[in-house]
Design a protein around this ligand. Structure first.
Ligand SMILES: Nc1ncnc2c1ncn2[C@@H]1O[C@H](COP(=O)(O)OP(=O)(O)OP(=O)(O)O)[C@@H](O)[C@H]1O
Length: 470
């Protein structure tokens, strides 16, 4: 992992720790070997209310240094507290460099005992949390934020908002060439956030339709929950990830981001307007004259697979989306799919897996092996995509309540169905049995129990395209 890809939570905590007692000066001057003029410039960041460590990491990160290199420099400094913060971003074999740290014992002297214990407990509890989310009140098809981020963060009021110095630099850096839009422009574009313009709502806020610069746009207005710094940190981190990914990965099947705004009351992301709505909504339609036809369903599957194989193989490391579901597949006026919502995406590794410390995503779309082992790889996306194929074939929801206390996942229902699989075909759409059977068959391969049995998305794309050609 490159330093510029360091997740927000770790970066924030590292900055807090290295800003203390000006430890960043030792890191930047002695170990990263920046000259005195640069160090002096960085000192000025303190005066501006910014984090000098954050700026230092920007400078050094731009030189394509990796997290392992940073870990090694911190090891030379014997700064074990800082090493602990980023340990999950480097291979476990290097953890022995942290003095007093083993897998089973807590490190001495450095992180307050209270924090460390909490983090262990939450990590062990994560799969359980995923199950507990299936309460009476929630929609099982929503993504959940497994709440393990808070113990990594100790936000201060000064730094907890999107508009603070270090956040602004993170946001603008991630956005690259994507333009910043004045908040008032967006207010005008939506007729002062008129409710009549609401397209939908997600976990982070509402999405409005608007007209900006003579162009139809969808504006996600991120609504911060008062007095909930943990939630705020999750939002900021995911917004930065979304900006970074949509800036770096552009493709016909990826939702284009036109701009962003951090100058107003709410941070906003401005996307191309998708007149076809989300695939999730379109699959709910029960009027046969308006429903997505079988050829369209197959083409949506092919387009989504095309976008995913691009993400998995583009750039040096590839990108895993991490939240593939019908709600995150948007359709343009010709029903061409565009993958959106990159807040949970992570870069690489292409061949293998990364063991992550926090599980996030939408439970009915996540494989059990990931929930248990936290091994994050392209095969997590393959599995989620398989569930989408089942949705396309059956028009059923990824999770539904069959009995008062029993939630059934579509994956398990279809995968383990013992009767004639034709019984599960969307009944309102006739013909095209070969398309339906291909969606089920390829879907089953994608949702195999074992990650190694799930095909890579490039193969899935080929298989689906072949059906259309036959
Ligand atoms: N670019 C767009 N064009 C048209 N409609 C959109 C666009 N982006 C989002 N929407 C609509 O807004 C809804 C909410 O989107 P959002 O990404 O906030 O939430 P979600 O993906 O449904 O939920 P969550 O992110 O919490 O899992 C979508 O379901 C869709 O109907």
């Amino acid at each position: 992992m490159y330093v510029y890809n360091m997740p927000y939570a770790e970066r924030k905590q590292l900055c807090d720790v290295l800003d203390q007692n000006n430890k960043w000066e030792e890191l930047g001057g002695i170990h990263m070997k920046f000259d005195l003029i640069t160090i002096k410039k960085l000192r000025n960041e303190v005066v501006k209310g910014n984090s000098p460590t954050d700026e230092l990491l920007n400078l050094w990160g731009h030189l394509n240094h990796t997290m392992l290199e940073l870990f090694m420099l911190l090891s030379r400094m014997k700064h074990y507290q800082a090493m602990l913060i980023i340990k999950d971003l480097v291979d476990t074999k290097y953890h022995t460099l942290i003095k007093g740290y083993t897998n089973n014992t807590e490190p001495v002297n450095h992180i307050p005992r209270e924090n460390f214990d909490k983090s262990e407990k939450k990590i062990l509890n994560l799969p359980k949390i995923a199950v507990q989310q299936h309460s009476e009140t929630r929609d099982y098809n929503e993504s959940v934020q497994m709440p393990d981020i808070g113990n990594l963060l100790r936000p201060t009021t000064r730094n907890s908002k999107m508009s603070t110095g270090s956040n602004i630099s993170c946001v603008t850096e991630s956005a690259g060439a994507i333009p910043q839009i004045p908040y008032d422009d967006l207010k005008a574009a939506t007729n002062n956030w008129d409710d009549a313009n609401i397209l939908g709502a997600g976990g982070f806020g509402k999405v409005f339709k608007g007209t900006w610069k003579c162009t139809e746009v969808a504006i996600k207005r991120i609504e911060q929950k008062e007095n909930n710094p943990e939630w705020e940190s999750v939002q900021i981190k995911q917004t930065i990830t979304e900006l970074h990914c949509l800036n770096a990965y552009r493709h016909d099947n990826i939702l284009p981001l036109y701009g962003y705004s951090i100058s107003g009351h709410h941070p906003c992301l401005v996307y191309q307007y998708m007149a076809g709505g989300s695939l999730e909504e379109r699959l709910k339609i029960k009027d046969p004259t308006k429903m997505l036809t079988w050829p369209k369903r197959l083409k949506i599957a092919i387009g989504t697979a095309r976008g995913l194989q691009f993400l998995h193989t583009a750039g040096e490391k590839g990108l895993v989306h991490g939240d593939i579901k019908s709600a995150n597949i948007l359709l343009d006026p010709c029903d061409i799919p565009r993958i959106g919502d990159f807040g949970l995406a992570r870069e690489g590794p292409r061949q293998d897996y990364t063991r992550i410390s926090k599980i996030q995503g939408t439970p009915p779309y996540l494989p059990r092996d990931f929930l248990v082992s936290k091994k994050f790889s392209t095969k997590v996306d393959t599995y989620s995509f398989g569930v989408v194929l089942f949705e396309l074939a059956t028009s059923m929801r990824a999770a539904s309540r069959k009995e008062p206390k029993k939630v059934i996942y579509l994956r398990d229902y279809v995968f383990n169905y013992e009767g004639d699989v034709m019984e599960l075909k969307e009944k309102l759409l006739e013909g095209f049995d070969e398309y339906y059977l291909a969606l089920i068959d390829i879907g089953k391969q994608c949702v195999s129990d074992k990650p190694r049995l799930r095909p890579e998305m490039s193969l899935v794309y080929e298989k689906l395209s072949q059906i259309l050609k036959n």
